[in-house]
Design a protein around this ligand. Structure first.
Ligand code: GLY
Length: 317
């Protein structure tokens, strides 16, 4: 029986391992998705998701997350939620609500508290220092304030044939308070249909939401394209279209898996991801844009992993 998990960025790998153990033992795609995202939300050295994520321009960490079940299309999302340990769990709970299933700001935080989700001061001292250093740099060197939008996006498939997609992100570093990216938006940050497959995005939300790329990839898989063909055709055509019509395209990457556990990715920037299915144990890969709307995918090197580990834990002055 087929099963699998695919997730954006190297940071998701430990969660993908846990998810696939669960799926191998006939666990549900919903649980596998939540496990994957929580493992990223809980790790303090990842600067773009959950605990340790970087704050907005006012120094407040506002988080976005979404959860979608591909059997029923039940979908829950939060945007701008603050000081709640696991936004993905709140999004999952909201996916069971017939009304009010997408909550923002204080409404999302209040809901999470009322429903008994764990509260936690999510801004770490390390993230606060990075924010304060950035404020100084912006003033001194007239830099662009905006940086960093490495969402964790995940698609899971269980042995029963159910699929789930979800995201979690602290969004753009130094964003305006109230800014929301693609991550909690159905069709842009994620989409899943268990009869076809699912997709999820990471990158500049302002550009991703111009193309509804996650939905488009699922739609193309429905037409019979493989996940890799659907990712290549969707992302690179949109990159070209946006460059032509808008003048530039921000960095973005998409992952997809179909309901047979086959997967694909496409990206216009160097992009790491983790994937495992019924045939292969989870592994980390690195992807780059190739020629003629293709993607070059290679196994990650130990050298890259060592440099990454050093970079994310480097002391902040
Ligand atoms: N992709 C995450 C964001 O732009 O907020």
């Amino acid at each position: 029986m087929n099963y699998g998990t695919i997730a954006t960025w190297r940071m998701a790998h430990d969660g993908v391992i846990k998810a696939n153990e669960l799926l191998q033992n006939s666990g549900s795609s919903d649980d596998a998705l939540e496990i994957t995202v929580k493992s990223v939300e809980d790790y303090p050295f990842y600067k773009s998701v959950g605990f340790g994520g970087l704050p907005n321009a006012k120094g407040i960490l506002e988080m976005d997350a979404a959860f979608m079940n591909g059997d029923t299309f039940q979908l829950g999302a939060v945007a701008g939620i603050t000081d709640i340990k696991n936004p993905i769990s709140v999004a999952r709970k909201l996916s069971h609500e017939k009304f009010n299933s997408f909550l923002v700001g204080q409404g999302a935080t209040d809901y999470a508290i009322e429903e008994g989700f764990e509260e936690k001061e999510m801004l770490t001292e390390r993230a606060r220092k990075i924010w304060s250093n950035r404020l100084d740099d912006i003033k001194k060197h007239n830099l662009s304030a905006y940086d960093g939008h490495d969402t964790v996006g995940v698609v899971t498939l269980d042995k029963q044939g159910s699929m789930t997609a979800g995201t979690s992100s602290s969004g753009l570093f130094m964003k305006r308070p109230g800014r929301v990216g693609d991550s909690p938006l159905s069709g842009s940050g994620f989409y899943v249909d268990s009869e076809i497959g699912g997709a999820s995005a990471t990158g500049l939300g302002e550009d991703l939401m111009k193309g509804c790329l996650a939905y488009e990839i699922v739609r193309k898989m429905k037409e019979g394209l493989s996940p890799q063909e659907a990712c290549d055709q969707t992302l690179y055509s949109f990159h070209d279209l946006l460059t032509k019509r808008y003048g530039k395209a921000g960095a973005f990457s998409l992952i997809a898996m179909n309901n047979r556990g086959q997967w694909g990715v496409a990206t216009n920037v160097e992009f790491t991801f983790s994937v495992g299915n019924q045939e292969k144990e989870p592994a980390i890969f690195i992807a780059n844009m190739g020629n003629n709307h293709s993607t070059i995918i290679e196994p990650i090197s130990q050298e890259w992993l060592d440099a990454y580990e050093k970079r994310i834990k480097a002391p902040i002055k």
